[in-house]
Design a protein around this ligand. Structure first.
Ligand code: SDX
Length: 428
């Protein structure tokens, strides 16, 4: 099979290299297209465009496969801890005992926030969206740790900075929730693990230390593992675009938070719950939602359904659906939103509109029900996604710099007014 692609333009033939990845994915390398032909390609939404070569995560949308550095999501979700998987995503290999101990110690060391940073939380109105607070505070952290502004992608400085960011994103999230809820903040407890410490900072009260249940801690670990990375999604691509100007890691991930916030992306998990609640409160049948989702004159979309890459089941939604049943049973919780979700999924599996468009539940369809069972408030769901995705954002930022990737600067085709002379106000 030829490793060249031929393009015929204006009576001339141009050849471009075909490049094959380690999982046999293929691309046509058109990095010299414009200089050779004067043409650019057009691909709004980048559905057919590769932005980079990456060794972090592999997604096969046809077969519903997701692997972090070669490890299948089904295995790591059940068997690993989020800290192990964060290390794997960041550095390419699962940590040995010494590496895990060192990484965990760093996460504990960096959990507290600078005292002056804490004061900034009180400057936000109670109604401030937690994603706005998260993005602002991530940039603010770098003001109190100016050394991180100079960090490049290699060596001990990077490792310290990545660990600091992984740890503080959790503290910032918990503090944002406590302040908005008018509750005193809980400082990190160095005797607790990554997830247990987050739950403590979120839910302990002055007179009642939150008792971290192993069942809830395991469920939160699984949730964060499932969100750790997902190749070049909207927010990760945003982190790469910002980082490509050699902006520092904190401003790059703060931009990633903003991209994740949108309801088409990380905002969908909360939108799913709002949709299910609306069905429950209105008493409408799930079929009503489905008819609205199919109506081209109605902007309503079935939240938690569809995916740019998965044209089969999103493996994360299968894992989450199973875990939600298990968690609710273990916690002895009845949540009829789960029943509604199952009904909705069932109905779409028989509906040609969804079948013909390969619209299946994605990671956000069941994840909100798991967060509800843990007691995470609705306005924190996207923040939880951001905590999970942090290792993926950091790893992609690092890879971009390791590869010395050029600044991102897409082209366009201009469709506006052609050249014309200025006219004075009198002449208009
Ligand atoms: C995440 O990219 C990633 O990896 C993201 C993510 C990650 O881990 O980072 O997996 C996390 O963001 C998951 C997606 C969460 N978003 C939602 O659940 C919002 C609802 N879903 C859609 O808006 C949509 O499916 C997207 C945004 C997820 C994907 O959009 P695409 O790829 O641009 O698909 P499209 O809008 O072009 O849809 C193709 C067709 C259209 O119909 P036709 O024009 O062919 O008639 O499918 C229809 C769409 O109208 N469609 C839906 C639908 N999703 C697509 N119709 C109803 N309900 C939906 N949810």
């Amino acid at each position: 099979m030829s490793n060249k692609a031929t393009l015929n333009l204006d009576g001339k033939s141009f050849e471009f290299d075909i490049v094959t990845g380690s999982e046999d994915e293929k691309c046509v390398d058109i990095s010299s297209l414009r200089s050779e032909t004067g043409y650019i390609t057009m691909d709004p939404g980048f559905g057919n465009t590769g932005s980079c070569f990456s060794s972090i995560t592999y997604v096969d949308g046809t077969n519903g496969i997701l692997q972090y550095r070669g490890y299948p999501i089904e295995e790591v979700a059940e068997k690993a801890s989020f800290v192990e998987i964060a290390y794997l995503v960041l550095y390419g290999e699962l940590p040995n005992e010494e590496q895990l101990r060192e990484f965990s110690a760093g996460l504990k060391e960096h959990a507290p926030l600078h005292t002056n940073l804490e004061h900034h939380f009180s400057g936000f109105p109670k109604s401030a969206p937690p994603m706005a607070i998260l993005s602002a505070m991530l940039n603010l952290v770098s003001c109190f740790h100016p050394e991180v502004l100079e960090v490049t992608s290699a060596g001990a400085e990077f490792e310290r900075t990545a660990t600091l960011l992984m740890s503080k994103v959790r503290t910032i999230a918990a503090f944002a929730y406590r302040m908005a809820a008018g509750k005193p903040i809980n400082h990190p407890n160095p005797h607790l693990g990554y997830c247990g410490n987050f739950l403590h900072m979120m839910f302990s009260d002055p007179y009642q230390e939150y008792q971290v249940s192993p069942v809830v801690e395991k469920a939160l670990n699984l949730f964060l593992i499932l969100h750790a990375d997902h190749e070049q999604n909207c927010s990760t691509s945003t982190v790469r675009v910002v980082g490509s100007s050699r902006a520092n890691l904190f401003s790059s991930v703060a931009a990633g938070v903003c991209a994740l916030w949108g309801p088409l992306h990380g905002g969908a998990n909360a939108a799913v719950i709002a949709m299910l609640e609306d069905i429950r409160v209105s008493g409408k049948k799930p079929e009503h939602c489905i008819e609205r989702a199919k109506d081209k004159n109605d902007p309503f979309r079935l939240m938690g359904f569809g995916h740019r890459v998965y044209k089969n089941f999103d493996p994360r939604s299968i894992i989450l659906k199973k875990q939600v049943h298990k968690l609710l049973a273990e916690l002895n919780i009845e949540d009829n939103l789960l029943d509604l979700a199952l009904e909705l999924e069932e109905a779409t599996l028989k509906d040609d509109y969804f079948i013909s468009r390969n619209l299946y539940p994605n990671v956000d369809f069941y994840s909100g029900i798991l967060l509800r069972a843990i007691g995470i408030p609705l306005n924190m769901y996207s923040v939880m996604f951001a905590i999970g995705r942090m290792p993926g954002w950091i790893a992609n930022w690092k890879e971009l710099l390791d590869h010395k990737q050029r600044i991102s600067r897409p082209r366009q085709i201009y469709t506006g007014k052609t050249k014309r002379p200025y006219v004075t106000l009198m002449e208009r």
